[in-house]
Design a protein around this ligand. Structure first.
Ligand code: GLC
Ligand code: CA
Length: 572
């Protein structure tokens, strides 16, 4: 640490002022949920890894920010082959994050502060270190232990080829051949993700019962909601047929229900059962589906009245910063979700995609973007432009009808770290792609809280253990402490927007109407009573429509003109 460093803490206390609807049963229809990537949020014990103690200490920050709930990425015991999405015990906490007692205490405090808590459940696969999988390996072909997973004989002479041509989401084939207990080369097991994440067999009744019990375990502890990881992947087509050419091309997406392992009809019965469990509580629990779909009406089928409550709107997340594309994503999703009576949840970033400052700060393609390697390769990055657009995007997002998700650090204007040292990269994508795709670590770098140099208050003062991923020194300007009270900061923009959103009767759940007179590269809409949002995505300034008051703008407004890449909230 250099002498110029003054790590200091800046988290105070704050009071939650719940909007009336937050107390009602359908609070989730308009909730703003803050995603806590726990490993990178705040490190309470000084080992360089975020944990429950660190999170509990910072809960007042979330209250002050003005969110309604937090969603925690998996905190279960895990060998961390895929950042905790390889779970070895669904009813415990990884010691790296803390204990069950700490988890309960954190949740109690969150509830006391008026915050709801969502966990993340991973039902498509377990860790290869889960006792079920170890049992399956030991028990051999044809055993009940193997039937909990997807084991098959190989093809070709001696079964030396994978059972089919399915691909792992992280690159390479989706099958691994095991050595049988007698030492001979044996069956293959399916892993749609890393080899350390064997897929479960959802045709197996014990698998179904187990996950229902796991849901009850956490709901009984007071968890308010659950995010369902890879909700569209659980059920596989009987016979596990090969993928057709077009399926291989668009891995991860499904458009029509005809894909052999994504979006199979059978998943819906599972979720109807889960909904009944959630409804059995006095304060009904809620679900959000993570399901990457090819079409909004397919996604809307997951949020029919007797199924899940909400689903992430990834069409909006992946849309380039272009009025036509955003408008299309907004319209299509509102229409599809409206048809089944579900609210839409708007999301700009998460732990799987490049931070949107870095996506928007480049010349925009026509195509959807998740990673910078998608259509943005070698395109120059303009931080100022990306930040300006991200500020405008925040006001757009929080003005749209429904709920919203904020990924930790987006409220600070953090950008993607594109030059992490290769030897530190942990995302399995890096190795599985043969070092061609850097994966998702660049959006998972620990949060800067205070002080002048790393770890920026992320770890307790005087700790010398470095954060598990290094923070850039430039983040000095983006710490919570540096931005607090600075009217121009991204953090203060989010704080204002969130507090206004909570108080304004037109915002949250409801409807919107596009202004028919707005020019092509402008998104302009009204909501009742008396609210208008205008976002200028053109390269030119535009005239502001008539209004009685400016509520908030993402950049200074002079003389009734709205500059390029600026959003404004108006009272009509
Ligand atoms: C989801 C998670 C991602 C994980 C994958 C496999 O997409 O968000 O982080 O790698 O599922 O569990
Ligand atoms: Ca720690």
């Amino acid at each position: 640490m250099t002498p110029s460093c003054h790590p200091a803490s800046s988290h105070g206390t704050a009071q939650q002022h719940p909007r009336t609807s937050a107390a009602s049963e359908d609070w989730w229809r308009s909730a703003v949920v803050y995603q806590v990537y726990i490993r990178s949020f705040a490190d309470g014990n000084g080992d360089g890894i975020g944990d429950i103690a660190g999170l509990q200490d910072r809960l007042p920050y979330l209250v002050e920010l003005g969110v309604d709930a937090l969603w925690l990425n998996p905190w279960y015991p895990s060998p961390m082959a895929d950042g905790g999405y390889d779970v070895s015990d669904y009813r415990a906490i990884d010691p790296m994050f803390g204990t069950l007692e700490e988890a309960e205490s954190m949740m109690k405090e969150a509830h006391g502060l008026g915050l709801k808590v969502f966990l993340d459940i991973v039902p498509n696969h377990t860790s290869d270190q889960h006792h079920w999988f170890r049992e399956a390996l030991a028990a051999g072909p044809g055993s009940t232990a193997r039937d909990r997973y997807v084991f098959r004989a190989g093809r070709g002479s001696g079964g030396s080829l994978p059972p089919n041509n399915w691909r792992s989401g992280f690159g390479g084939p989706a099958w691994v051949r095991v050595t049988e207990p007698d030492g001979t080369p044996g069956q293959w097991y399916l892993h749609l993700f890393a080899p350390e994440q064997p897929d479960l067999n959802w045709d197996n009744a014990e698998v179904r019962r187990e996950f229902e019990a796991v849901l009850r375990f956490w709901f009984d502890m007071g968890v308010d909601g659950i995010r369902i990881d890879v909700a569209h992947g659980l059920v596989k087509e009987e016979g596990l047929p090969d993928l057709g050419h077009s399926d291989i091309e668009r891995i991860g997406m499904a458009a029509d229900g005809g894909h052999p392992h994504w979006d199979r009809e059978g998943v819906h019965a599972i979720f109807r059962g889960w909904r009944a469990i959630a409804n059995s509580y006095d304060e009904p629990r809620v679900f959000v589906a993570e399901a990457w779909m090819g079409a909004p009406d397919r996604l809307a089928r997951y949020v029919r009245p007797d199924e899940l409550h909400t689903a992430f709107n990834f069409d909006y997340l992946t849309a380039p910063w272009r009025a036509d594309r955003l408008r299309e994503a907004i319209d299509n999703n509102l229409k599809a979700f409206g048809a089944v009576g579900a609210p839409t949840t708007w999301v700009l970033s998460n732990h799987d995609v490049a931070r949107h400052v870095s996506r928007y700060g480049r010349p925009q393609p026509d195509e959807p973007v998740r990673a910078l390697s998608d259509f943005l390769k070698d395109k120059p990055f303009d931080l100022e432009l990306g930040t300006r657009r991200a500020r405008a995007a925040a006001l757009l997002t929080l003005a749209l009808p429904g709920g919203a998700y904020i990924y930790q650090g987006e409220e600070l204007g953090l950008w993607e770290i594109e030059d992490l040292p290769e030897e530190l990269l942990q995302d399995p994508t890096w190795k599985r792609s043969g070092g061609t795709d850097r994966g998702r670590d660049g959006c998972r770098v620990p949060i800067p809280w205070s002080g002048d140099c790393p770890p920026f208050g992320y770890s307790p003062p005087a700790v010398t253990t470095e954060p598990w991923l290094p923070q850039p020194t430039e983040w000095k300007k983006l710490t919570v402490q540096a931005q607090s009270g600075d009217e121009k900061s991204v953090l203060e923009l989010y704080r204002k927007a969130l507090h206004l959103r909570r108080a304004h009767p037109a915002l949250g759940d409801g409807t919107m109407t596009w202004d028919s007179t707005a020019q092509e590269e402008v998104l302009s809409f009204t909501r009742e009573p008396g609210f208008r949002c205008v976002v200028n995505l053109s390269e030119h300034q535009i005239a502001l429509p008539d209004h009685t008051e400016v509520i908030l703008s993402s950049a200074p407004v002079h003389g009734r003109r709205l500059q390029s890449d600026t959003a404004i909230w108006l009272t009509r």
